[in-house]
Ligand binder design. Structure first.
Ligand code: FAD
Length: 474
């Protein structure tokens, strides 16, 4: 008897999951597998916060798959070997997955397709994670866009993203192996994705609900609340002005098509400007993936090769630790870094300020910061993280100009005037007056043990400008 195998990857959902819908339609017994692959060449090992998320997301997915009549099988190992073995074990005549866009992942998928063709197995892939696949958005000359605005304009001129598909009502029962048994899976606990000794995940658990239901709730809350004022609210870290969908999108617990059309339904009479701004943020996600698709080494190599000669300085251990732990003496940077440590997420404006401080005021190589974010963000994304770090450093596509050095004091005065955000994450500063909270070193009396600035802003800014100028002058 033939059976179908669906391999889920960064698409941990039942809703709008074309591979799953196709498999459900086929009607044959169905194996749904997730493979923890830390061994395929070039596949980037997951960071700590993302592992925590993955554990809970898989738990939620397993329950949803079971409720729909099938079972989520967990296997670990190099994905091509694991998927081949499972296809053989279950006598699969069809293997389905949703497409991925990273270099090593594409190599695995291409290898599997080739293998399947030789075995008379129909391997089919589907579009699920990006609304505009990289090869479909091309300049007039046929190349990839290097600047966001024309990229997004081209996307908006393309046919509108398709309607999301509903979740299959029932999934066919799981496939059995030749002995009539269900294929053996591994226990999620054995993957040791959760931190222990110490367990630092309490703040993450308090903030997030990984899984498809949690993602849908976030979307509803966003549509009911901040969406209609997103254009201004998104820049204010002290309010819930953004969607916080990023980790859910990272794991594919919600599809960008679903988000896109939910906005359309909520605002049926044309998009207010705020919705357009939000859509363009989804566009940045697509742009980052296009950059990674074209530059598979985006996390390790400068997008602009002239930056290979840039004179990065190795930060001292004390400087790096101060940045990582939120003890630089600059409240906005420190509040952001502590938000990251406590909740696995940081507000976008603060990410820009914290990243700029590391690569410009401390002149650290952007890869140092990218690696820290990779390990600590719950939304750590193979495309968005390096693309944004390179954007801040000036080495990336459509990058922030080298002379744009975020001033953390000016930024917090502008976007967190009353220090609402600062006070949440910097209890030492809770009692300071609004004016003093941005520059505690100027305040009368000690600010509860809060550190002095580790570098002066004017000097470090001048040093950065000089170093960038030297690169420019060749
Ligand atoms: P919203 O403002 O609600 O935006 C909606 C969605 O649009 C986000 O969920 C995200 O998927 C996408 N988006 C928004 N801004 C960007 C952007 N600049 N680039 C790409 N996609 C964007 N985002 C990640 O998802 N993963 C990362 O690893 C990541 N690393 C970053 C590193 C640095 C140094 C910087 C400056 C930004 C980084 N971002 C990253 C982008 C951005 O900060 C987050 O996507 C955003 O803060 C997530 O919050 P939200 O879901 O509330 O965003």
């Amino acid at each position: 008897m033939s059976s179908t195998l669906v391999w889920l990857r960064d698409d941990l959902r039942l809703d709008d999951n074309p591979a799953l819908v196709e498999a459900a339609t086929a009607g044959d017994p169905l194996t749904v597998v997730y493979v923890l692959d830390e061994e395929s060449p070039g596949v980037r090992p997951l960071g700590g916060a993302v592992k925590w998320w993955l554990h809970h997301s898989l738990e939620a997915l397993a329950a949803d798959v079971e409720a729909a009549g099938s079972r989520l099988l967990l296997r670990r190992g190099p994905a091509d070997r694991v998927v081949r073995a499972l296809a053989e074990e279950t006598g699969a005549s069809r293997v389905f997955w949703n497409r991925r866009y990273g270099g090593p992942e594409r190599a695995v998928d291409a290898g599997l397709k080739e293998w399947a063709a030789g075995q008379d197995i129909a391997a089919s892939s589907f579009q699920a994670s990006l609304m505009f696949e990289p090869w479909t958005v091309r300049t007039g000359a046929g190349g990839p866009y290097k600047v966001f605005t024309p990229f997004w304009k081209a996307c908006l001129e393309a046919p509108e993203p398709r309607q999301p598909l509903g979740a299959p009502e029932r999934l066919p029962a799981p496939a059995r192996n030749s002995s009539g048994e269900l294929p053996a899976g591994e226990a999620l606990e054995d993957w040791a994705l959760l931190p222990h000794r110490p367990d630092w995940s309490g703040g993450l658990a308090a903030e997030w609900t990984p899984g498809e239901a949690g993602a849908r709730r976030r979307l509803e809350d966003f549509l009911d609340g901040p969406a209609s004022e997103y254009g201004t609210g998104r820049d204010v870290p002290g309010v819930e002005g953004t969607s916080r969908l990023s980790p859910h999108l990272r794991f594919g617990e919600i599809s960008p098509f679903r988000v896109w059309h939910a906005l359309r339904e909520r605002f049926p009479h044309g998009a207010p400007a705020d919705v357009g701004v939000f859509r363009s943020e989804l566009g940045w996600r697509e742009f980052c993936w296009q950059l990674l698709y074209e530059n598979p080494q985006l996390a390790t190599r400068n997008y602009r090769p002239e930056f290979d000669d840039f004179a990065w300085q190795t930060p001292s251990d004390a400087e790096l630790e101060a940045w990582q732990q939120g003890r630089t003496g600059y409240p906005l940077v420190d509040a952001g870094m502590r938000q990251l440590w406590q909740t696995g997420w940081m507000h976008n404006r603060v990410r820009m300020a914290a990243a700029s401080f590391l690569v410009k005021n401390l002149l650290a190589d952007w890869r140092v910061g990218e690696a820290w974010f990779w390990d600590t963000l719950v939304d750590a994304d193979a495309a968005s993280n390096p693309a944004n770090w390179q954007w801040v450093a000036g080495s990336g596509a459509d990058a922030s100009p080298y002379f744009r050095i975020f001033n953390p004091v000016t930024q917090s005065k502008k976007f967190d005037a009353a220090g609402r955000y600062l006070r949440v994450f910097l209890p030492e500063l809770a009692e300071l007056e609004d004016k003093a909270v941005h520059e505690p070193w100027k305040a009368d009396g000690a600010a509860g043990g809060y550190p002095e600035p580790i570098v002066g802003l004017p000097e470090s800014r001048a040093r950065a400008l000089e170093t960038y100028q030297r690169l420019k002058d060749g």
